[in-house]
Structures are given as C-alpha cells and as structure tokens.
Ligand binder design. Structure first.
Ligand SMILES: Nc1nc(=O)c2c([nH]1)NC[C@@H]1CN(c3ccc(C(=O)N[C@@H](CCC(=O)O)C(=O)O)cc3)C=[N+]21
Length: 296
C-alpha cells in the first residue's frame, strides 16, 4: 500500500479563502478589522520564522497584526502589564504569546493574564477546561488543525482506536480529549511509555507529536493506518524541517499520511486565523447587543 498524502497547504488555502470572505463581510458591515497582537520574547530563530509566517498569513487574510518584540531579559510582570493593556484595546481581538518564553518567565501567570475572549491560542486554563467539557471558547490551534484535516478527508474518528504519541499541554493532551469528545478510543503515550510499538500497532489513527525525528518507523504502524505527523524538527545546520515519522518507510504501509512540511504546520496557522476572525466577529456582536439594550 502507498499512503495518500494529506495536503495541508491545499486544505489551508481553501479555509483561508473562506476566512478572507468573513473578514471582508465583517469590515463592510461594521468597519471592524480583525486584529492580532503577537508577543515575541528573545531571539530564538525558529520562533522568529513562525511569527513571520503567522503575520504574513494574517496580512493575506485581511487581518491586521502587531508584533511586540521583547528582550530575552523580559520579566513576568512586564509581560503581564503589556497583556493587561492589550486586553483593553478594542482594535486587538486576539493575543498570542509565542512559546517558548525565556526561562525566568512564569508561563502560567502570563497565559492566565490573557483575556479569555482574546485567547486565540486556546492556552488560558479556562479554555483548557473548556476542551475537557467539549466546548472551548477557542479550540487550541494544532489540535483543531488535526481534526480539520481528518474531517476534510472524511476519516471517521468515532469508535476508532486512536493513539497519540506525546502528552504536551499544547498538542497531545488537548488533542486526546478532543478526540474522546468525538467518540474515539484514545491512548496517550509519552516519554515514559514502555514498549511504544505495542501501542502504536493498535492504532487505526496514529498521531505523533513527540518532537523526536524518526521516532515512528514502518514496523510500528498497522497496515492501512492513518498517520498524522505533528513533529517539526529542524535538522542541525539545515533549513529543512522533518517530522517525527520515518516518511518513506511509513508511506509504504499507511493509508493516509501527512507530510512535513505541508501537513499539520500550515493548519496550525490557519486555525489561528480562524480563531482571530471569530474573536473579532464576537466582539462586534457584543457591541451590537450593547447598542440594542442601551440605545442612544
Ligand atoms: N503561542 C504559541 N502558539 C503556537 O501555535 C506555537 C507556539 N507558540 N510556539 C511554536 C509552535 C510551533 N508552531 C508552528 C506553526 C506553524 C508551522 C508551519 O507553518 N510549518 C510549515 C513550514 C514552516 C517552515 O518551513 O519552517 C509546515 O509544516 O509546512 C510550524 C510550527 C506554532 N507554535
């Protein structure tokens, strides 16, 4: 068997075109232009690349984005204060704090400072709780991008065995709960899992988000499984990125496979744009509601 490749770039393009239509409609109706604030601390080269990609994608969809470049020495208090100011600005509908943050910063406190209604990354604990009960204000971007890819290919998740490799707070854990909410049977594997292959071979759908290049090889994959590679690993000294899956080997065994690049990565950015447009639409509806209840 040779896997069909899931084209995240093409699926993203279609969704982004629909988002651009929503942006134009909102602007025509209300004059509101969706706005995203991106906070970037320090000079991690990968973070700079990601942020540049996000801002370019915003511009193409008609979303205005402002970037705050903060020194690597930034404090928790400084970040919390800046976020407090952005929370009150009505031209900023989404706030994104690029991770990782420098080691002296208390990430939890920073994420908790973001107004829930502007938490387009879905990292605020209240949004994380929303994922548990199945109705987050904003679903986290990479997990919803994965679900969007599966839905787009008509791959049913209800009743399937899904194995998620990686238990991070931003991908593995929320994605696992979102899959359970779609009636999948989910196993979560992580760095301490003994005999990983014993689990991965049970998977109808295998999602790999471990950050370990080449972790999943063909012998670990059931014939005909769907394999979603969330890994983004930069080879030292190279600009090329590779996933967590041995692409050539697994391609001969799986029924569907996402490439890296061009799979989950662009969907993450697309879901960020989607959340930002939704945030702007909600802020406009809220303004209309206030107007209706207190006419001038
Ligand atoms: N607050 C926060 N939110 C995030 O969503 C977030 C973050 N911090 N920190 C880092 C990770 C990583 N991430 C990616 C997004 C897009 C691509 C992407 O577009 N990848 C392209 C290729 C990009 C390239 O070539 O470098 C692709 O896979 O085709 C990759 C990785 C978002 N993250």
């Amino acid at each position: 068997m040779t896997a069909r490749l899931i084209d995240g770039d093409a699926i993203s393009r279609r969704i982004r075109e629909e988002l651009a239509v929503r942006v134009r409609r909102l602007r025509a109706r209300s004059g509101v232009v969706p706005g995203l604030a991106v906070l970037l601390a320090g000079d991690d080269p990968a973070s700079h690349v990601y942020v540049r990609n996000k801002q370019r994608a915003c511009a193409r969809a008609g979303i205005s984005s402002v970037r705050y470049d903060l020194p690597a020495t930034v404090t928790t208090a400084e970040l919390v204060e800046l976020i407090g100011n952005l929370n009150h600005r009505d031209d900023v509908h989404g706030i994104l704090v690029q991770l990782p943050l420098p080691p002296q910063v208390q990430v939890r406190r920073v994420l908790e400072a973001i107004d829930m209604g502007k938490d387009v990354d879905g990292f605020h604990p209240a949004n994380v709780g929303g994922v548990v009960v199945g109705e987050p204000l904003f679903p986290p971007c990479t997990p919803s991008g994965v679900l969007e890819l599966l839905a787009h290919e008509d791959i049913e998740v209800a009743g399937r065995n899904v194995v998620v490799v990686g238990a991070s707070n931003i991908v593995g854990k929320p994605l696992s709960l979102m899959l359970v909410n779609h009636d999948a049977t989910v196993s979560i594997c992580h760095a301490k899992t003994r005999d990983l292959a014993q689990f991965t071979r049970l998977a109808d759908i295998l999602v790999v988000a471990a950050g370990v290049p080449g972790l999943v090889t063909a012998d670990m994959v059931r014939e005909g499984a769907v394999v979603i590679d969330v890994g983004i690993n930069r080879e030292p000294g190279s600009r090329r990125i590779v996933g967590d899956v041995d692409f050539e080997g697994v391609r001969r065994k799986a029924s569907y496979l996402t490439p890296v690049p061009g799979g989950v990565g662009p969907m993450t950015v697309t879901m960020l744009l989607q959340n930002t447009v939704t945030a702007a639409e909600r802020s406009h509806s809220a303004a209309v509601d206030r107007q209706m209840s207190h006419p001038a």
